[in-house]
Design a protein around this ligand. Structure first.
Ligand code: HAM
Length: 480
């Protein structure tokens, strides 16, 4: 916000003094926690609040100009949390790139039919959770609830599959679903993910899963990988199985929870996802898809497992794992993590060999995953690369030094060293306090003496040690 109260010291108009003149030894040491202190990192976590309800109502109340809290289920990511956020995204995209996945950006909104045809009207995401609106031209548009269908649309629309197969793409960005907000479940949330399009090989299933697993481990999440195969739409495979399952569900209809009864006709596989204890009990004895796979799907699944074993990726077979989006075929998987409560899925994915055709394209198989960034951060993502990149704070003693301070900061930045300085005419004491808040390690102090001597006084804000450094050696001295 721009209208934050101005810090008290900024209004001080006292003459600027050297830091070592402001009191006894070490008086200019930071007394507040450094912004990059990891113990302080959680302090600035912004909404979405743990319960995902968004910020508190504007305490000012009417006649305030605007509601200052973001919409329910959404939130602002503020520093220092935003550094963690950015680091997690960068780590993902860099990690995906090492396996050949190139970044793709698609629009935040799409023609609604991309999701209706791609993800399927039978899915809860499309049936109940989309933010759909008509634009001024009367077109039905939808804020993307996921990115697999848009990525496939883009691949088909630009004929990427005519160049080199498989097409390997990676993405990071916001998605939108009108779900009931709670911890780890928001209406705007972020995903990072990859899609590998154009290969039927079980080896690529294993590659995709390994890339997701490795990123989660590098991000400090200890994931459990659940793996299943849900076959393909053929009377000798999933279609035949669905008939059996439907018969079983109809026979046990009275034992199912009422909310699950409508799933029998809409999407019988989803009964495996029910949170209702009555339904869970019924599903324990239900026929399993893995007992009804056709030979091709069975062989594919066996090969995926054998590749994963070779890659040392441990997995748990979960014959009840069915994914919530209709495009899945064969391999289906989910990564779960502890400490997240009921929203413990940090990511999921699978094969979607019929998606391209649903969108009106040719047969083009694919597999991918998306990971929920909000949940990765909630489950304790840490990296070294997560604090302010400001290394040096340039302190000007006296107004004549301001010009030199800005020139030094600009020079350091051009050399790739993060630098900041005062813009509120603070006293030297105020600048030293601000230096501590900036997250930088160094205070670079310039006054008349330093200007005359063509040097600076360099202070290590951690140890309090000071030294004089020639101006033309400063860049080398500050390089890590
Ligand atoms: P999904 O399982 O719907 O799959 O979402 C993937 C991940 O996004 C979830 O495991 C979860 O971590 C996160 N997520 C989903 N909804 C929310 C929410 N409301 N709030 C916070 N996080 C959420 C897909 O989206 C597929 N497109 C994945 C895929 C890619 N399949 C093949 N390729």
């Amino acid at each position: 916000m721009n209208d934050q109260p101005v810090p008290a010291e900024s209004t001080e108009r006292v003459p600027r003094k050297r830091p070592d003149q402001t009191g006894g030894p070490g008086s200019s040491q930071p007394t507040e926690p450094r912004p990059h202190d990891p113990t302080d990192a959680a302090a600035a976590i912004a909404p979405p609040a743990e319960d995902g309800t968004g910020g508190a109502p504007n305490p000012a109340g009417p006649p305030g100009p605007t509601e200052l809290a973001p919409p329910r289920g959404t939130g602002d990511v503020l520093p220092p949390e935003s550094w963690r956020w950015q680091a997690a995204t960068r780590l993902a995209m860099d990690s995906f790139a090492t396996a050949g996945y190139a970044p793709i950006e698609t629009p935040i909104f799409e023609h609604t039919e991309v999701f209706e045809r791609g993800v399927g009207v039978g899915s809860e995401v499309v049936g109940k959770e989309m933010y759909t609106f008509s634009d001024r031209g009367g077109r039905s548009l939808t804020l993307r609830p996921e990115l697999t269908a848009p990525v496939m649309r883009a691949v088909l629309g630009h004929n990427l599959h005519r160049a080199r197969l498989p097409v390997k793409l990676a993405y990071a960005g916001p998605m939108f679903r009108q779900e009931r907000p709670q911890k780890g479940r928001y209406r705007q949330f972020s995903q990072v993910g990859i899609e590998a399009i154009g290969s039927m090989s079980p080896a690529i299933d294993a590659e995709v899963i390994e890339v997701g697993d490795r990123y989660l481990r590098d991000a400090g999440v200890e994931p459990t990988l659940l793996l299943n195969s849900i076959g393909h739409l053929d009377p000798g495979c999933r279609t035949g199985y669905l008939k059996l399952l439907t018969e079983y569900l109809v026979a046990n209809r009275s034992a199912l929870a009422p909310v699950d009864i409508e799933r029998i006709s809409l999407n019988p596989l989803r009964t495996f996802d029910s949170k209702e204890s009555r339904t869970i009990e019924v599903m324990r004895r239900a026929p399993m898809i893995t007992d009804h796979l056709c030979d091709d799907c069975r062989n594919h699944f066996d090969a995926v497992q054998s590749h994963l074993t070779k890659l040392d990726v441990s997995y748990t077979l979960d014959p009840h794992l069915v994914r919530g989006l209709d495009y899945y075929t064969r391999t289906a998987f989910e990564f779960t993590a502890g400490g997240l409560g009921s929203q413990n899925a940090v990511g999921g994915g699978g094969r979607y060999d019929g998606l391209a055709e649903s969108l009106g394209g040719q047969h083009l198989p694919g597999i991918g995953f998306a990971l929920g960034l909000d949940r990765i951060l909630l489950s304790g993502f840490q990296t070294k690369d997560q604090s302010s990149p400001v290394a040096a704070y340039v302190v000007a003693i006296g107004s004549a030094a301001v010009e030199q301070a800005l020139a030094i900061a600009t020079h350091l930045r051009a050399a790739g060293i993060g630098a900041d300085l005062d813009f509120l005419d603070r006293s030297v004491k105020g600048q030293m306090k601000d230096a501590a808040r900036s997250g930088g390690r160094w205070a670079v102090i310039v006054g008349d003496e330093e200007i005359a001597g063509n040097n600076v006084t360099l202070k290590d804000l951690g140890t309090g040690e000071q030294e004089t450094v020639a101006l033309d050696k400063l860049e080398d001295r500050l390089k890590p």
